[in-house]
Ligand binder design. Structure first.
Ligand code: GLU
Length: 285
């Protein structure tokens, strides 16, 4: 059997906090224990919010924590061509369409629907499913949008994608065995936009395959996203990694940590004299 390959894949759109430290250390230690490889991937497709300074700070914080990775580091912003290739493949399968509804239009549609007493369905993260252009725009409006320069999202036709993927999808979750995937719960997810040739879902499955990642250890907040990832992996004929979704580190009030919160940021902890050993201890490692 080939060596296991682990990765930590942060987005440099804020400073790392204790939750990131937990994920990074779990992957790093697992790679060491299993004689595997540990890769760092910078998920910076949002080139506005992900800045070079935040990226530099991130690498510094990880090194301070005692995490070491192979070089070169893969930066998603340098590989848009790879995501375009995957998108072209999906497009050739007929599972992608241009969607024109603006955020405001979606919000209005959902509010009107909710007001009828039957709530519009939400995805596992609580966001409303895409209503579909047909439910909001007339044929004339859609035609003129198609001919215009208006911004659009490239969305996955979820129904068709599931049909094409065929057999029932599942994934293997460490300590839990096979988990049935339910991608339909996400509706027509966005895979790219007019000005950004990719999305989180598309780039994560593309990169995990290109980098030969065999073990994905990440927070429980991404548990349900795995359903979309398994669907895309199946359509794109990519290998299936093993998954482990770890508990999230919560703040004193039991809330999920935010990159904006100062008290749990690794920089602040370091500045206040906390050591990497104390951080490991606090994380139960
Ligand atoms: N970039 C994602 C994040 O920072 C993690 C992606 C993943 O582990 O699949 O939440």
């Amino acid at each position: 059997m080939s060596l296991p390959v682990y990765r930590f894949a942060p987005s440099p759109n804020g400073h790392l906090h204790l939750g990131h430290a937990y994920s990074a250390l779990l992957n790093y230690e697992a790679a060491k224990q299993n004689n595997g490889r540990f890769l760092l991937r910078i998920e910076d497709i949002d080139t506005v919010r992900c800045t070079p300074q935040l990226q530099e700070d991130m690498l510094e914080d990880l090194h301070w924590l005692g995490v070491n990775w192979e070089t070169p580091v893969r930066r998603q912003s340098e590989h848009f061509d790879d995501y375009t290739k995957a998108l072209t493949k999906l497009d050739a399968m007929g599972v992608i369409y241009k969607a024109y509804l603006t955020r405001a239009q979606i919000k209005r549609f959902v509010a009107e629907h909710d007001a009828t007493g039957t709530p519009w369905p939400r995805d596992p993260d609580g966001a409303p499913l895409y209503p579909g252009d047909n439910n909001v725009l007339s044929h004339e409006e859609q035609n003129s949008l198609h001919q215009s320069e208006a911004p659009y999202a490239l969305r996955l036709n979820m129904g068709k994608a599931i049909e094409l993927a065929g057999s029932r999808l599942n994934w293997t979750e460490a300590h839990h065995g096979k988990i049935e995937a339910s991608p339909a719960a996400w509706g027509d997810v966005t895979l790219a936009r007019k000005d950004t040739p990719t999305s989180y879902h598309l780039s994560v499955v593309t990169d995990d395959a290109l980098q030969g990642i065999t073990h994905i250890v990440r927070g429980k907040d991404l548990y349900h996203a795995t359903s979309v990832h398994r669907l895309l992996q199946t359509l794109l004929e990519l290998p299936e990694p093993l998954y482990e979704h770890h508990d999230l580190i919560l703040d004193e009030a039991g809330r999920k940590l935010a990159k904006s919160a100062k008290d749990t940021s690794l920089r602040e902890l370091k500045a206040s004299g906390v050591t990497p050993e104390q951080i490991r201890k606090r994380l139960g490692l």
